[in-house]
Design a protein around this ligand. Structure first.
Ligand code: WTA
Length: 695
């Protein structure tokens, strides 16, 4: 107690009184980001309910809360029967013998089945009315459009599969895909699936170094890329960036380059014997054997690896999340069908990038396995103006929009006049993903975009879960702004305390999944020990999500965000350790700590505290250098929002950086002296905290 008073007195001296009063009002303790309990309190106040209209429910696949509850119960009580019914429309060459087998942390699903994932997404539609339906409606950033029917998509995937086979790609080989949002990215993914190669899409915003590291971790033998991608009117020179990576990727034997932009604006070179132009490669007549295999593809085991997708974790090294075939496909299929209530007449638009898991499950595998028509947009939401999304919806008649809260908050900032200028009456359903949606953004989305008539599905899930875990089925359940809803079929999920006991209603805790589910990640590529350690070691027998949450008295989940060392900046997962290890690899940096602070637009902003080596100037030029260094090491999207220099980082006596303190400073609830461009002396605060900890 005495120590706390001493701390307050010291702070009084150190701060302008007005700031202190503000700080005292905002936080009763040394807390920066509103503590979870406060955030929960603000959520607790939000209890409006938005039921679907009776018209929506009348035509929905699942029409009432009772129907949802009974299907959910069936999925847990008798999963084999449930999934047998739900997988009738997928193509299994051999049916499964056992629904699942597990010995944690490992699990298998649909054991004994044989399938080719691409057949469910393509071939099965050729015998139905979907054959001539648009599979992908592409809108390029410059405004060019292209439609691929299911017939055409199948044809292109077969051609590309044959080309990959002719390049010697075998089942189990890893193929890296470094592309923007063009149909060829989906074609490449599906072709890999078709020949049993494991694809790993590397988001086009990643740097050459990040691409290199992923290729090397995978030992990929083929890279598929494009000359360049349009982004806000500029060309991102993907092939040139890939060339830099390729200087240090000894396993790559072939590179396929799709020409999206043309040599005038995106010149690139081809390395003899290694690099192939997509069009020229496909123009060659494939060998009869490859063509036959591409047309009538092999069936693979249900647990055959489908893809690896890298995501951030709590160490400096990204995690290669591995998904396999049947369980992943089934979950992506079933969730797409029910959550988006897909109908033949829909034009569904998921605005995520194929480089993230949302693009995998809800642009490619989920919607295509349902025969849905999917819009794919290449560019930025504010190019050429802030009305681009609304223009696309009007132009193509989009009926379902699935986007991220960060985008919604940006739209709010840009003004209602943009959506209001366009006819959005084709929309019937809205979705949100990637980060918590604040009730204000939810309400705006509902009112301005959905005109009060479209249900909103807020979907919580992760790269590791493979498919949507929590949401409200749009025709069946009411939604509450800010709540991510109820468990999806087969999902046994709970909020628990540290030792695993269930929390009471509205009590905040850790979000865990209590039994394996079909689309769960099977391991981390090449690092099974880390798989176990990251997800299955916090509490015995359950999967730890890394998120904090509460469940209200209606059973609705409210996810409050990450409680580990992972940040969610504008819906992108960024590991603090990844940023730190990138920073300390700069020759001027002695030590670095990355933390998040709440941000009205991005959810969280990235703030880094840096201690420079002796003699290095702590100035603006250094900040710029460090930002560029992050661009190079990871990618522009991971650029810190703020770089702050410090004499030394606050540490406990045992040498651990006091992140909590840095978070508080970053969020402005604890002020250090001077402006942030000068060196901060964090030692006083560090000492105070150390004393406090000891007290
Ligand atoms: C966060 C994206 C609140 C969460 C699909 C999770 C969300 C992480 C939501 C996974 C949501 C995702 N409400 N938080 N609806 N959706 N998250 O792997 O912290 O890129 O753990 O997968 O995003 O991010 P990832």
């Amino acid at each position: 107690m005495t120590l706390r008073i001493a701390r307050d007195v010291l702070l009084l001296v150190a701060k302008r009184p007005s700031r202190l009063v503000k700080w005292r009002l905002q936080t009763n303790l040394f807390r920066g980001r509103a503590p979870m309990s406060d955030r929960i309190e603000s959520h607790l106040k939000e209890d409006r309910r938005f039921p679907p209209s009776s018209e929506f429910s009348a035509h929905a696949r699942i029409r009432s809360h009772a129907e949802y509850t009974s299907r959910h119960a069936a999925s847990l009580e008798d999963p084999a029967t449930f999934w047998r019914e739900e997988t009738q429309d997928l193509v299994f060459r051999e049916p499964w013998k056992t629904f699942s087998e597990w010995e944690l942390p490992h699990a298998k699903f649909f054991v004994g089945a044989k399938l080719n994932v691409s057949e469910s997404c393509l071939d099965r539609h050729l015998a139905t009315s979907a054959r001539n339906r648009a599979a992908i409606v592409f809108e390029g950033e410059p405004g060019d459009t292209r439609t691929l029917t299911y017939f055409e998509l199948h044809r292109e995937v077969v051609r590309f599969s044959a080309a990959l086979l002719d390049l010697g790609v075998l089942p189990g080989d890893r193929v890296a895909i470094y592309m923007g949002m063009i149909p060829e990215a989906a074609i490449a993914m599906l072709a890999c699936a078709r020949i049993g190669a494991t694809h790993s899409v590397v988001f086009g915003g990643f740097s050459a170094d990040a691409l290199r590291d992923r290729i090397n971790d995978l030992g990929a033998t083929v890279l598929v890329t494009q000359d360049g991608a349009w982004r806000r009117g500029n060309v991102v020179p993907l092939k040139q960036m890939a060339d830099k990576a390729l200087l240090e990727t000894p396993t790559i034997r072939h590179v396929v380059v799709y020409e999206r932009i043309g040599t005038k604006l995106a010149p690139f070179s081809l390395k003899e014997g290694r690099d192939h132009q997509w069009d020229m490669l496909l123009a060659r007549t494939p060998s009869a054997e490859s063509l036959a295999k591409a047309k009538g593809p092999e069936a693979f085991d249900s647990e055959h690896p489908l893809f690896v997708l890298y995501t951030s974790g709590s160490t400096g090294k990204p995690k290669g999340v591995l998904h396999t075939s049947a369980g992943y496909l089934v979950s992506a299929h079933v969730t797409s069908k029910y959550v988006f209530d897909l109908k033949d007449s829909d034009l569904y638009w998921c605005t995520a990038d194929v480089g993230w898991v949302t693009g995998h499950s809800y642009i490619v595998y989920g919607p295509l396995s349902n025969g849905a028509s999917c819009l794919m947009y290449e560019g930025a939401p504010n190019f050429p103006d802030a009305g681009r999304f609304w223009n696309i919806i009007e132009k193509h008649g989009v009926t379902i929009l699935y986007t991220a809260p960060t985008a919604i908050r940006a739209f709010i900032r840009w003004g209602d006049e943009w959506p209001e200028k366009h006819d959005l009456s084709s929309l019937r359903l809205l979705g949100s993903v990637g980060e918590p949606i604040n009730p204000e953004a939810w309400t705006w989305y509902h009112r301005v975009v959905g005109k009060g008539k479209c249900p909103i599905v807020d979907t919580w899930w992760q790269t590791e879960t493979g498919s949507i875990m929590l949401t409200t089925l749009p025709g069946a359940c009411f939604s509450k702004p800010g709540s991510t809803g109820l468990p999806m079929f087969g999902v046994d999920i709970e909020v628990v305390k540290d030792r695993g006991e269930a929390c009471a209603p509205n009590e905040g805790g850790k979000l865990v999944i209590k039994r394996p589910w079909p689309s769960m990640a099977r391991t981390l590529y090449g690092d099974d020990a880390r798989f176990k350690e990251s997800y299955w070691s916090q509490m015995p027998g359950v999967y730890f999500t890394g998120d904090g949450a509460r469940r209200d008295e209606d059973g609705y989940f409210w996810v409050t965000g990450r409680i580990d060392d992972v940040l969610n900046v504008a819906g992108h997962r960024i590991g603090t350790a990844e940023i730190e290890s990138a920073l300390v690899s700069h020759p001027s940096v002695a030590e670095a700590a990355a933390v998040g602070r709440p941000d009205d637009l991005k959810g969280q902003a990235l703030v880094v505290f840096v201690t420079l080596k002796t003699g290095q100037p702590a100035d603006k030029a250094m900040k710029a250098k460090l930002a560029e260094h992050i661009d190079r090491e990871i990618g522009k999207f991971a650029r810190p929002d703020e770089v702050r220099f410090a004499d030394a980082l606050p540490k406990t006596r045992s040498g651990k950086i006091m992140r909590r303190l840095l978070k508080e400073i970053a969020s402005g609830s604890l002020e250090t002296k001077g402006d942030t461009s000068t060196l901060e002396d964090l030692s006083v605060l560090a000492k105070l905290r150390a004393n406090d900890d000891e007290a």
